[in-house]
Design a protein around this ligand. Structure first.
Ligand code: ZN
Length: 430
C-alpha cells in the first residue's frame, strides 16, 4: 500500500519539548520511507492532506476486555462485587460467536476513536486475535486464567488449552502477540499464579493481572496473607527477570508497592473512568510510579465499566482525576498523559512502530478543523482537554489504512451494527 500524508502537522515527542512541524510523509508497504517538507509519491493509492490535520502515534489501550463491549450499559451504578455478579451471570453465555461479535464491535469503536491496538484480557483469545487481525489492529492477547469462570465450557483446563493454541496462532503474525493473564491474586490460587509466570518465561511473553483495584481487595489480602496484593505477588515470586508484567489498576497501593513495581520496571495499566464509575475511592499514584521507574500506561478497561473505548476521553479523565485528588493542577501535566497514552506502551512493547523513517507505519491523524479544537494555542492541550475520538480523521497501522476520512476500510461498519441490533436482545432474553 502506498500512502502520502501531504503538508500535515506531525507531533514528535511533545513531552520532550519537541515542537510540532509541518511535513509530508511517505509510506510504502508497512514502512515509513520518507518524512520531509518535500516528500512525495507520483501516484499514491491514498492521499491524506491538510494543514489542520495533526498526526501522532496512535494510542494503544493498555487494559481492556474487548468482547465485553456487548455489555455496554448492561449494569451501571453498582459497586465492583455486585457489578461483577451481574456481568459474570451473562458472560457465562459467551461462546465463540458472541466473543467474535463483541470483539468486532470493539474493533470498530477503537478504529473510529483512533486507537491502534490493545492489550486485551479475556478468554478464547484465539477468536479475539482473528478479529483484530481482520480489523488490522495490533493485539497483545492476554489469555485469561480464572478457574471459577466458564466452567460449563471446560474451565481452567480449556483456558490453558486455548493459551497453548494462541501461542501457535500468533507465531507468524505481524500484529498479534500472545500473553497470559491470571485474573487476580484473589480469584486465582497461588499454584496457578506461579504456573502462569512460568508459562510467560517459557514462551517469552508478557503476563498481566488485576491488582489492588478496590480497598476491599487490599483489606482481604492483608487479612489472609499479612500484606497487600502487589507485595504478596512480589513475595510469592510473581515478578521475574526478563518478563514484562502489566499490572492493571493499582488504585490502592502503598509506597512500598510503588517501589516494587518500579524495581521490576512493571507496567501499570490504570483505568481512571472505570475506577471513578465503580467508585473505588483510590487513585493510582501516577507521579510516584513514574518517579520510581514503573511504566505508566492508560487503559479504558472494558466498556461494561467505562463505558467507551475512547482514549481521548480517557486522557482527560486521567489528568483531571490526578490533579483533583492531589490538589495540584501541575502534578500530572497534559504532556505526560499524552505520552503515557500515545508513546509509552509502544516504547515498552513495540518501539519499531514509533514514527521514524524505516520504522513500521502506525499513525493516527486528527482533524483540528472543528470548533472545539480551535484556536490552536497549544496542540497538546487541545488533544488532551478538548479532543474526542470522533475527531480522528484517519488511522494507519502497520502500513495499512484502516480508516480514511472517517470511513472504516477494514471492517464493514453497517453490517456489524446491524448484527448487534439484531442479535443482542436474544443474548439477554435467552
Ligand atoms: Zn480489567
Amino acid at each position: 500500500m502506498e500512502i502520502l500524508l501531504k503538508d500535515i502537522t506531525l507531533l514528535l515527542d511533545p513531552h520532550k519539548g519537541v515542537e510540532p512541524k509541518q511535513v509530508s510523509l511517505v509510506i510504502e508497504d508497512d514502512r515509513i520511507i520518507d518524512i520531509s517538507s518535500n516528500a512525495n509519491l507520483p501516484s499514491p493509492e491514498f492521499v491524506i492532506e491538510g494543514r489542520a490535520l495533526i498526526a501522532l502515534p496512535p494510542a494503544l489501550n493498555s487494559h481492556t476486555h474487548l468482547p465485553m463491549t456487548l455489555l455496554r450499559g448492561y449494569s451501571d451504578n453498582k459497586v465492583l462485587y455486585e457489578w461483577l455478579a451481574d456481568i459474570w451471570a451473562i458472560e457465562g453465555k459467551f461462546d465463540a460467536k458472541w466473543i467474535e461479535l463483541g470483539t468486532k464491535l470493539a474493533c470498530l469503536e477503537a478504529i473510529k476513536a483512533g486507537t491502534g491496538g490493545a492489550f486485551d484480557f479475556y478468554f478464547q483469545e484465539t477468536v479475539i486475535g482473528r478479529v483484530l487481525e481482520q480489523a488490522g489492529l495490533r493485539g497483545w492477547l492476554g489469555a485469561g486464567l480464572l478457574p471459577s469462570a466458564f466452567v460449563d465450557q471446560g474451565g481452567l483446563e480449556s483456558q490453558l488449552k486455548d493459551f497453548e493454541q494462541l501461542v501457535l496462532d500468533v507465531e507468524s503474525s505481524s500484529l498479534l502477540n500472545a500473553a497470559i493473564a491470571p485474573h487476580s491474586q484473589t480469584t486465582v490460587e497461588e499454584e496457578y499464579l506461579l504456573q502462569s509466570k512460568d508459562l510467560a518465561a517459557k514462551h517469552d511473553i508478557p503476563i498481566s493481572i488485576h491488582a489492588s483495584e478496590t480497598r476491599k481487595e487490599v483489606l482481604d489480602c492483608e487479612e489472609k496473607h499479612g500484606v497487600p496484593p502487589v507485595e504478596r505477588l512480589d513475595q510469592i515470586g510473581f515478578f521475574q527477570e526478563g518478563t514484562k508484567e502489566v499490572i492493571a489498576h493499582c488504585a490502592w497501593i502503598t509506597q512500598r508497592e510503588v517501589e516494587i513495581l518500579g524495581k521490576h520496571e512493571a507496567m501499570v495499566a490504570w483505568c481512571p473512568t472505570s475506577a471513578q464509575k465503580l467508585a473505588y475511592g483510590g487513585v493510582t499514584p501516577i507521579p510516584e510510579l513514574r518517579k520510581a521507574g514503573a511504566t505508566v500506561a492508560l487503559g479504558t478497561d472494558g466498556t461494561a465499566s467505562n463505558n467507551t473505548l475512547d482514549l481521548f476521553r480517557e486522557m482527560r479523565e486521567a489528568v483531571n482525576m490526578v490533579s483533583f485528588a492531589r490538589w495540584d493542577p501541575a502534578i500530572y501535566p497534559a504532556e505526560e498523559v499524552l505520552e503515557d497514552t500515545h508513546w509509552t506502551f509502544r516504547r515498552y512493547f513495540h518501539p519499531e512502530s514509533l514514527i521514524k523513517v524505516g520504522n513500521k507505519a502506525d499513525l493516527v491523524v486528527m482533524d483540528f478543523h472543528t470548533p472545539h479544537l480551535q484556536p490552536i494555542h497549544n496542540v497538546v492541550s487541545n488533544l488532551v482537554y478538548a479532543a474526542n475520538g470522533s475527531d480522528v480523521h484517519s488511522l494507519i497501522v502497520d502500513g495499512q489504512i484502516l480508516m480514511q476520512d472517517r470511513q472504516v476500510l477494514s471492517l464493514d461498519e453497517e453490517k456489524i451494527i446491524d448484527e448487534i441490533e439484531g442479535k443482542i436482545p436474544k443474548l439477554i432474553s435467552d
